[in-house]
Design a protein around this ligand. Structure first.
Ligand code: PGA
Length: 252
């Protein structure tokens, strides 16, 4: 793994103040493995509390609006995330795409808003099961990626990609290592096509049912620079094994 591994826990719509001790326990583990960059995206309500409490884990938003401010009830902008102390933002997560009807152009606009605000951006892409079964997963994801990639204006170092097959999220099912590797290689090729040599430095995270039991194998895939973890990031006990698997790869 040539790039510093990046392990991000996406808490989704889970967690209250009562859960903060779990985040502090994750922070202590992250402090023991500085070779790994660890992030958490809590629900917005816990963002400031985590920024205050955590020192080894970067804290990010799960989503942002493409505009900086205005009449958008219920929305939060990228500059507001910065104001709350966030360091990065997820955009285009499959739950945003498939449960909230967000498309590629909106994901791109949000990614550009995040970069403009100075945030790290993790742009997520992934195929639905019918595309995988039709043998069109690589083609589908490559098209989604190219339509969602932001203009980077010198901020390419702030961009990461999350590859998350929709059918693997929260299901306990994962693609074969060969399929993960083939997809990550295709994403790398597309990134270099779009951004030139700088595309080689963009980290590509795998997400979808990552656990401490399968992390070591998945992190060993071609061009896999980290993991985006949902369910297994909610407790320090479950998340620790994934952080340790990433650290072991650096030392290997
Ligand atoms: P999961 O979620 O690890 O629970 O499958 C991954 C994600 O949606 O980021």
């Amino acid at each position: 793994m040539a790039l510093r591994p990046y392990i991000v826990g996406n808490w989704k719509m889970n967690g209250t103040r009562a859960t903060l001790p779990e985040a502090r326990a994750i922070d202590r583990i992250a402090g023991r493995f500085p070779s790994v960059e660890v992030g958490i995206t809590p629900p917005f309500t816990l963002l400031s509390a985590m920024v205050n409490d955590l020192s080894h884990v970067s804290v990010g938003g799960q989503n942002c609006h493409a505009e900086a401010a205005g009449a958008f009830t219920g929305e939060i902008s990228a500059p507001m995330l910065v104001d709350a102390g966030a360091q990065f933002v997820l955009v285009g997560h499959s739950e945003r795409r498939w449960k909230f009807g967000e498309g590629d152009s909106l994901a791109r606009a949000k990614a550009e808003a995040g970069l403009a605000a100075g945030l790290g951006v993790i742009l997520c892409v992934g195929e639905r099961e019918e595309m995988r079964l039709a043998g069109r997963a690589v083609e589908t994801v490559t098209a989604q990626l190219k339509a969602s990639l932001p203009r980077v204006d010198g901020m390419v170092g702030h961009l990461s990609i999350g590859y998350e097959p929709v059918w693997a999220i929260g299901t306990g099912r994962v693609p074969t290592l060969a399929d993960v590797s083939a997809m990550h290689r295709a994403i790398r090729t597309a990134l270099i096509e779009v951004y030139g040599p700088a595309g080689a430095r963009i980290r590509i995270l795998y997400g979808g049912s990552v656990t401490s039991a399968n992390a070591a194998e998945l992190l060993g895939g071609d061009e896999v620079d980290g993991a985006l973890v949902g369910g297994a990031s909610l407790t320090a006990e479950a998340f620790a094994g994934i952080i340790m698997a990433a650290a072991a790869r650096v030392e290997a």
